[in-house]
Write a protein that binds this ligand. Structure first.
Ligand code: 5AD
Ligand code: SF4
Length: 468
């Protein structure tokens, strides 16, 4: 079936679900409520907006509190084991609620569902879950939802892979003024610790005209900032019928009238081109921020991780970026405790942290993911040693960020106001081009606006300022 036929079919299923939901609403004399609970990365957050879009279109009331909902969907993550444990924790709590409320429906989707062992566990221990689907057939959600609502048995539909990209199903955006945009799906890199290529499948890029069309539509609806999403945006476009590089795509997006800011993530250091650096340096709209996962600073560990760059190559890439784009913020991901990692390897990682002066770094303890090459290694690290090394890395990250973060103080910067400050409602919180947050006096009327802020004080990972 073509992608367009599939889209039409799914839209028809939304209408069928609508009829079921309307009947239920009448019977209950209230609206059916649904909560979508999201774990993991921005990709998952975007997928949840798609799920919510379908549910709203089908007549559900969307709520945040899962305890109040008639239907709960968990959009899961499996990049580290603690993400899986959280989902089982939630399911455990639901067990007693299902007994009290037989009308409660539960669905599971996302990366964790692509693992055979997880599906086995759900079949055995969580028979009360009504619907399970994966990452490759999320576009079939309306159809699966209809089947769930019209059947009493547990529905499990997991695909191994797909080359389909179905466009134009409803999407419910969390923010009116900014949005994530998928530009590609999947990953071909097979870093030896990472489960993503197994659960998200092979790399597939969306057609540039579809991406541009989606952004133009969003801009018409009031969006001024977009975040282009992909596991490795720097290899965008290689598998298109008419190949196009990520740098070229950015140039096209830059031309969209009314769009004010462009962000993207994630960049793999091995594929970051000189063209991209040049496009960023010249751009008025691309934000001055690059997320460049290092993972490790040790050449031996990098090789065993299958990252395909060395410490020196990474450092010279950062140098090139910083030279071409003054004030660019560089952030990273680091893993501590990869099998066979020694304290000397961690010294190399810390050396890179000291040399790059990251604006921020996300540091993770290595998590063994069944099915990845690293999980089969006999030399898994000692937990106490990993903890000690992790603390050393974290301290280095904090110290460097403190030193680095002062650089904006005294300057006037543009901030996109995102929300009322959570601690003091006379303040608002805005995001700077470099992705840092700044807090300043203001009210709800500023939300969604780009304003000029005098940066008064650096507070570690955020700033205090005043609007001018
Ligand atoms: N253990 C710990 N961290 C991991 N990441 C990916 N796989 C693992 C794992 N098995 C981290 C990497 C990646 C980020 C999204 O998650 O740092 O960049
Ligand atoms: Fe995982 Fe590596 Fe792909 Fe990132 S690039 S998703 S770390 S395999």
């Amino acid at each position: 079936m073509s992608n367009i036929e599939e889209q039409t079919r799914q839209m028809q299923y939304i209408d069928l679900v609508k009829e079921v939901v309307e009947r239920e609403n009448e019977r209950l004399k209230r609206r059916l409520k649904c909560a979508v609970v999201t774990f993991g990365c921005q990709m998952n957050a975007r997928d949840s907006e798609k799920l919510t879009g379908v549910l709203r279109e089908a007549g559900y009331e969307i709520i945040d509190e899962e305890t109040e909902a008639d239907f709960v969907i968990y959009n899961t993550c499996t990049v580290r084991d603690n993400a899986n444990q959280k989902v089982y924790g939630h399911l455990g709590l639901l067990k007693s609620r299902v007994k009290k409320n037989p009308n409660l429906r539960i669905a599971l989707c996302g990366c964790m569902m692509q693992e055979a062992s997880v599906i086995e566990t759900i079949r055995e221990k969580y028979k009360f879950v009504n619907l399970v689907f994966g990452t490759h057939n999320i576009f079939k959600f309306p159809e699966l939802l209809y089947r769930m609502l019209t059947s009493d048995s547990q529905i499990i539909d997991i695909w191994e892979d797909t080359d389909q990209i179905v466009e134009d199903l409803p999407v419910d955006r969390k923010y009116s003024f900014k949005s994530g945009i998928n530009i590609m799906f999947g990953c071909n890199n097979f870093c030896s610790y990472c489960i993503v290529p197994y659960v998200r499948g092979r790399e597939r890029s969306r057609e540039p005209k579809e991406i541009i069309r989606e952004i133009e539509k969003l801009v018409n609806e009031g969006v001024i900032e977009v975040m282009l999403l992909g596991q490795n945006v720097n290899s965008y476009g290689k598998n298109l019928d008419n190949p196009m590089s990520f740098a070229e795509l950015l140039k096209e997006i830059e031309k969209i009238d009314g769009l004010k800011r462009i962000r993207f993530m994630t960049s793999h250091p091995k594929d970051l081109s000189d063209d991209l650096i040049e496009v960023m340096a010249k751009s008025e709209k691309i934000c001055k921020h690059i997320h460049l996962p290092l993972q490790s600073g040790s050449d031996r560990v990098l090789k065993e991780m299958n990252r395909r760059y060395t410490k020196e190559q990474y450092l010279s890439l950062v140098e090139k970026i910083k030279k071409a784009i003054p004030d660019v913020a560089v952030t990273t991901d680091i893993i501590v405790g990869f099998p066979g990692e020694t304290a000397a390897d961690v010294d190399d990682t810390i050396d890179v942290i000291r040399k790059v002066h990251y604006d921020n770094a996300f540091t993770f303890i290595y998590s063994k993911r069944t099915g990845t090459p690293a999980a089969a290694r006999p030399d898994q690290c000692d937990e106490a040693e990993v903890k000690a090394n992790f603390d050393r890395v974290l301290n280095a990250v904090k110290e460097e960020a403190m030193i680095r973060n002062g650089y904006l103080v005294g300057r006037v910067e543009e901030a996109l106001v995102e929300e009322i400050n959570a601690h003091d409602d006379t303040f608002v919180t805005g995001r700077l081009s470099n992705n840092s947050m700044v807090h300043f006096k203001g009210d709800a009327s500023l939300i969604g606006k780009l304003v000029k802020v005098n940066i008064l004080e650096a507070k570690g990972f955020y700033y205090m300022g005043e609007m001018i």
